[in-house]
Design a protein around this ligand. Structure first.
Ligand code: NOJ
Ligand code: CA
Length: 601
């Protein structure tokens, strides 16, 4: 502990001067906006933009717990990732995002960190991490890690100290308040059910936790907290990681005085939590102190940030983050845990809005799933045996041809599906457990209604183990998997798909290769050419003289599709059905159900 205290207070002075520098630098940056130049991209092509490796990257998210278990304890591990690097290399991805691998009591599967300098023992050792790093680099790939610093675990040494007394040196590392009339200090709800405040018996005060009560929020107003985070970042960057996915990063700046949420904001508190007054100051400071000294890629998980607000985070002139995860698309058919409907024009409008935001002011991400959302094919496609593969290929085409860095969630390259949950006991997730208590046990929502919705919306859908082959447990483990393997592993698994030329996996490979070699599909301007069409998503990607057309049939019927005026086919580049596509000069297309094609115009 002594060391911890010395380290943080000694850095106070350097923090002050760094902050002053950061302010001066950001003023300078705003004074004159350099014009966009032609630069060479990674493959040596000229592009009308600022080229960057992280714009050209295709990222693959590994949720380590569910990826590959090498020691039979039922939990995936770092050695399991190292073992599968050749699989990822063959797929064509070049950056891996690793969900948290740090020491954790695992209340929220590692998003509750006890020690940022240690590897979670279930996942292996620091030596395993170092070996993974070496093997990643050997293959010319990069690794980015999860930076979870809105909160820690309550078992983190800082919180263990903080809760001891009101005058503990670490008290101000967290957010403590007196109660109000014997209750919580304000009406903030926790995302995992109940109040976002918990009273601690040692001092009688309450601490803030936006997530589980075992995930207390850090107090970013305290410069020592910020310096401690920067030290953690340097530690991992010095180990060779190439950047960070930053967990709920806009939430780090809290609302001054922590007033009650207005009633209208209670159901969507993220829009208040994400808009604290100091967020941009903190990110600029972080950039100046740490990120600007390394060649990094940064992606902020921006729950509660609108595409309009996103520009401020990603505008390169502001020196904050490279890109954000915007949730308007993956949550467009959600009302909290409830599933609602969506339409294709709504999806298209959302893409257009996201592209208009950071697409014009920085850079975007493209993703259809992650460890917090249902499986892409079950969500936006059709996971029935008849259409699963065709719709997974169609979605892959859409996901990988946006003006954004694509993030593939593990297993989506196989078209893995949602899990057939039956009872509440089938779920592991802390979110489901909390909501069950809060909503069902309390009698507010009937059990069947709740289950029927979360069967489609639950995070556990994406967290079931990777399906490697048709052996027991899909080849994920020789032991008992921590979460049941989806029984469809017999039909849907990597080994089978690697053999089969027309598989979802092999289509992903072709698509990734095409994207990597085609600058307009990375940097080109995006234009939806038929926004109101309820069945077909058709858009162009234009870079200088080069123009590409992507056409996707989102229906289960064959369709004749007349191209809008002025759009004439030159050549087919890739087709999801292995079909021939339209001939040169065609202005009308015959689309098969869920067919997706990429044409040069
Ligand atoms: C977002 C993460 O993706 C999610 O899994 C986690 O529960 C919360 N942040 C809290 O860290
Ligand atoms: Ca293991």
């Amino acid at each position: 502990m002594d060391n911890l205290i010395k380290k943080t207070s000694a850095s106070r002075l350097s923090w002050l001067s760094a902050t002053l520098m950061a302010v001066m630098l950001s003023q300078q940056a705003f004074a004159s906006e350099p014009e966009k130049t032609m630069t060479k991209n990674m493959a040596g092509h000229s592009v009308h933009d600022e080229a960057a490796w992280w714009k050209e990257a295709v990222v693959y998210q590994v949720y380590p717990r569910s990826f590959n278990d090498t020691n039979g304890d039922g939990v995936g591990d770092l050695n399991g990732i190292t073992e599968k690097l050749d699989y990822l290399k063959t797929l064509g991805v070049n950056v891996i995002w690793l969900s948290p691998h740090f020491d954790s009591p695992n209340v929220d599967n590692g998003y509750d960190i006890r020690d940022y300098h240690k590897v979670m023992k279930e996942f292996g050792t620091m030596a395993d991490f170092d070996r993974l790093m070496v093997e990643v680099k050997k293959r010319n790939m990069r690794l980015i890690i999860d930076l979870v610093v809105n909160h820690t675990s309550d078992e983190h040494q800082w919180f263990v100290e903080s809760r001891k007394s009101k005058d503990n040196l670490y008290r101000d590392f967290y957010i403590w308040r007196d109660g109000r009339n014997g209750k919580a200090p304000n009406n903030y709800p926790s995302f995992f059910g109940g109040s976002a405040w918990k009273q601690d018996p040692q001092t009688g005060q309450y601490y803030l936790h936006y997530f589980a009560s075992k995930q207390p929020d850090l107090n970013w107003e305290n410069p020592k907290v910020r310096q401690a985070v920067y030290d953690i970042m340097r530690f991992w960057l010095d180990k060779g990681v190439s950047g960070f996915r930053m967990d709920v990063i806009p939430f780090i700046s809290k609302q001054p005085g922590l007033p009650d949420l207005p009633a209208a904001a209670l159901a969507r508190p993220e829009y208040v939590f994400a808009n604290g007054p100091h967020i941009h100051q903190y990110l600029q400071e972080m950039n100046h102190e740490v990120l600007s000294h390394y060649d990094t890629m940064t992606v902020g998980e921006a729950f509660g940030v609108t595409p309009e607000q996103a520009k401020k985070f990603t505008d390169p002139q502001r020196h904050e983050l490279n890109m954000l995860f915007n949730f308007d698309l993956v949550r467009m058919d959600r009302d909290g845990w409830r599933k609602t409907d969506w339409t294709l024009p709504q999806l298209k409008a959302t893409y257009a809005k996201i592209d208009k935001g950071s697409g014009e002011n920085g850079w975007n991400t493209s993703f259809l799933s992650n460890h917090d959302n249902p499986r892409a094919v079950s969500h936006f496609g059709d996971d029935s045996p008849r259409w699963r593969e065709a719709s997974a290929r169609a979605l892959a085409t859409m996901m990988l041809t946006q003006r954004a860095t694509p993030f593939i969630y593990q297993g989506d390259e196989l078209g893995m599906t949602n899990y057939p949950f039956k009872r509440v006991e089938d779920f592991e997730d802390v979110e489901i457990r909390g909501q069950w208590q809060d909503l069902v046990v309390s009698g507010k929502v009937p059990a069947q209604e709740y289950l029927q919705n979360v069967r489609q919306t639950s995070r556990d859908n994406a967290r079931t183990p990777m399906q490697w082959n048709s052996e027991a447990n899909g080849g994920f483990t020789t032991g008992k998997p921590w979460l049941a393997v989806n029984p469809d592993y017999v039909q849907i698994n990597a080994a089978a798909q690697q053999q089969e030329p027309g598989s979802v996996y092999n289509y992903y490979r072709r698509l990734i290769a095409l994207r990597s070699q085609t600058p307009p599909l990375i940097y080109g301007k995006f234009k939806d050419i038929d926004p109101a069409n309820e069945k077909v998503f058709a858009y162009t990607r234009t870079l200088g003289e080069q123009r590409y057309l992507v056409v996707i049939n989102f229906s289960e019927q064959p369709l004749k599709y007349s191209l809008p005026q002025g759009i004439v086919i030159n050549a087919l580049v890739l087709d999801s059905g292995g079909g021939h596509g339209a001939e040169e000069g065609a202005t009308q297309l015959d689309l098969q159900p869920w067919q997706a094609s990429i044409y040069r115009l």
